[in-house]
Design a protein around this ligand. Structure first.
Ligand code: TA6
Length: 286
């Protein structure tokens, strides 16, 4: 299916059983697959730079979550207390449905997606029938990714989540993050608390849950800086696996850690939803 209006184009295609959506606006190129509602590309035409990293070894056959882009971690972030449950929740490996799309008068395109009609949803490990999730994406001069969680049950529900975005960098050893502050839990040191370093640079495996609700983070690069705006979050997760872990990951090339950093808009401390309440977790990429 494709349509074009106001110099925007929207195309849906199927390739090796994967359903892909390609969008072009006057400002950007965008690509995603309905598998996991996984965004894999956002190119800013102003500088031609893809803001997102996708591993050259990423599995694109639906066998596991794509290594790179923006995995949707929901309705839990990280490892579940039950070792039988998949890390980062169960929706990033489900087929989602595009329920609606609009080409807007400002030459942006908005998509609404849900996993509700996925035949694997109700049998997914950890499935919670009381919680519903919708992803609303607007592609234009910036990329707006909004994860909306609704409690359809009759009792309070607690959830965690992350927009687990992999950003492309030229050389992680030259990359600096600006905008983080306060304490973080360091997964590499038993989740002990540490102060955010200034300058924020990278020289080893980095896996940190920053307990700050900063709204703006800059990924400072020699060519084009990337800006990450967050709302609805209680933390920001920063991850780079570095060399040893990259070598152990089949879907990462040994040295590709040098060209990525995850800056994740997240709810890691738990958000409580009253019956009927919705919560929006939003990341904007420029
Ligand atoms: O967000 C950081 C993190 O939780 C790391 O600990 C690492 O596990 C990463 O996510 C990737 O997880 P995945 O399950 O996609 O391999």
């Amino acid at each position: 299916m494709s349509n074009t209006k106001d110099s925007c184009s929207f195309n849906q295609t199927t390739d090796k059983d994967q359903q892909w959506i390609d969008i072009e606006t006057p400002y950007s190129h965008f690509k995603m697959t309905l598998f996991g509602a996984h965004i894999t590309q956002f190119i800013n035409k102003a500088d031609g730079k893809d803001r997102l990293f996708v591993s050259k070894n990423a599995r694109l056959d639906g066998s596991k979550s794509i290594r790179g882009g923006i995995p949707i971690c929901w309705p839990w972030f990280g490892d579940h207390t039950d070792p039988d449950m998949p890390a980062h929740g169960y929706v990033r490996t489900l087929q989602w449905t595009l329920t609606k799309h609009t080409i807007n008068t400002d030459s942006s395109v908005t998509l609404w997606l849900s996993p509700e009609s996925s035949k694997e949803l109700t049998t997914a490990k950890g499935y919670n029938p009381e919680l519903a999730v919708e992803l609303v994406i607007t592609v234009g001069e910036q990329l707006v990714v909004e994860l909306i969680t609704t409690n359809n049950g009759t009792k309070a529900q607690v959830y965690t989540a992350a927009l687990h975005s992999y950003f492309a960098v030229n050389d992680i050893k030259q990359t600096e993050l600006m905008g983080l502050y306060g304490e973080y839990k360091d997964k590499c040191q038993g989740f002990t608390l540490h102060d955010t370093p200034m300058p924020y640079t990278f020289s080893a495996e980095t896996d940190r849950v920053h307990l700050c609700t900063t709204e703006k983070i800059m990924i400072e690069e020699s060519d084009a800086d990337t800006f990450v705006y967050s709302s609805g979050h209680d933390s920001i997760v920063v991850w780079n696996p570095w060399q040893e872990k990259s070598e152990s990951m089949a879907d990462m090339e040994d040295t590709s850690y040098q060209h990525m950093v995850c800056v994740e808009t997240a709810v890691t401390q738990g958000h409580t939803l009253a019956p009927g309440e919705s919560h929006h977790l939003t990341q904007i990429i420029k």
